[in-house]
Write a protein that binds this ligand. Structure first.
Ligand code: PMP
Length: 302
């Protein structure tokens, strides 16, 4: 269940949580015409800090451009609104959801003339995946990942998440924690809301965005942390069998953070491994401001 906060920012004003409503004929509700971001704020010695806020805002604007959506607010305005909302809601840590969607005004798939609405919500959200500490159990979905020739998979757009929801439901119904989606070509793409890392020997592998995976900001953070730990990281296509042959495997994403994987399609990978542990520890130190080398990733709420 969702933990309600006091306020949501909507189209330039702070409104009470329950008053942040839209019309049922909103274009985005019917056709999935929206783009969004998820950002976490972590507790630090100097109060809550948003992790990689700039990169998330940049991706929001890139996603909007891919859908030919013009946001009625600039980056600086959305940055300030996000910080102000987290402050007003009084969180020590939280998850922030920014959404730009097409609203009420026109019907039919042609989005021309539909108004663009922007909202920012924040709430306190714990571990995203069940079983995160002992390692999650994955299954390969029968649904292929959205193909980059069908929708711009690099955009974090709302409509394409139907693909994720179907895969997640299928995995849950089959008794697994999360789904792995393969690309049309049969390469490993990503999970329903996380990027994938596999360790084989001394090398960490993660699929490229050409396999339909989102260019994850946590994926980028983990790549930097792993490199600084002396590991080699390669962005390469992976086969389903590369997952079965992994020495270690973990998922990463804003909501899921760094989550170890225990098995894929009932092939055991095992308990969370040593490299996964090191990366989790390095991630925690970075996001809480304990490791000064990554302070530039943090925007303090103040
Ligand atoms: N892939 C998908 C499909 C996602 O929804 C997410 C979460 N935004 C990710 C990957 C991870 O991206 P990030 O690390 O930027 O949150």
């Amino acid at each position: 269940a969702l933990t309600e906060s006091e306020y949501i920012w909507m189209d330039g004003a702070r409104v009470p949580w329950r008053e942040a409503q839209v019309h049922v004929l909103s274009h985005g509700l019917h056709y999935g015409t929206g783009v969004f971001e998820g950002i976490r704020a972590y507790p630090t010695a100097d109060g809550p800090a948003l992790l990689r806020l700039d990169e998330h805002l940049d991706r929001l604007f890139r996603s909007a451009k891919m859908l030919r959506m013009t946001l009625p607010h600039g980056k600086e305005e959305l940055r300030a609104a996000t910080l102000e909302l987290v402050r007003a809601n009084g969180h020590r840590s939280c998850y922030v959801r920014q959404l730009a969607h097409l609203g009420y005004g026109v019907m039919g798939v042609d989005p021309t003339g539909a108004p663009v609405h922007v909202s920012i919500a924040s709430w306190e959200w714990g571990a995203y995946l069940d079983g995160a500490d002992r390692g999650v159990r994955l299954m390969t979905s029968s649904w292929r990942r959205n193909d980059p020739s069908v929708v711009p998979t690099a955009a974090k757009a709302t409509g394409p998440y139907l693909n994720s929801a179907l895969a997640k439901l299928e995995a849950r119904d089959a008794g697994f924690d999360e789904a792995v989606l393969l690309s049309t070509d049969g390469y490993v793409s990503e999970c329903s809301g996380e990027n994938i890392f596999v360790r084989r020997g001394d090398v960490l592998y993660t699929p490229p965005s050409s396999a339909g995976a989102l260019e994850g900001i946590t994926q980028d953070s983990v790549t930097a942390l792993a490199t600084d730990l002396g590991l080699t990281v390669r962005r390469e296509n992976l086969l389903r069998s590369d997952l079965y042959a992994a020495d270690e495997m973990f998922l990463c994403g804003t909501a899921a953070e760094v989550t170890p994987v225990r098995s894929v399609d009932n092939r055991e990978i095992g308990e969370p491994g040593p490299v996964t542990g090191k990366i989790r520890d390095a991630f925690t130190a970075a996001v809480t401001g304990a490791d000064e080398r990554y302070r530039h990733w943090l925007t303090y709420v103040g």
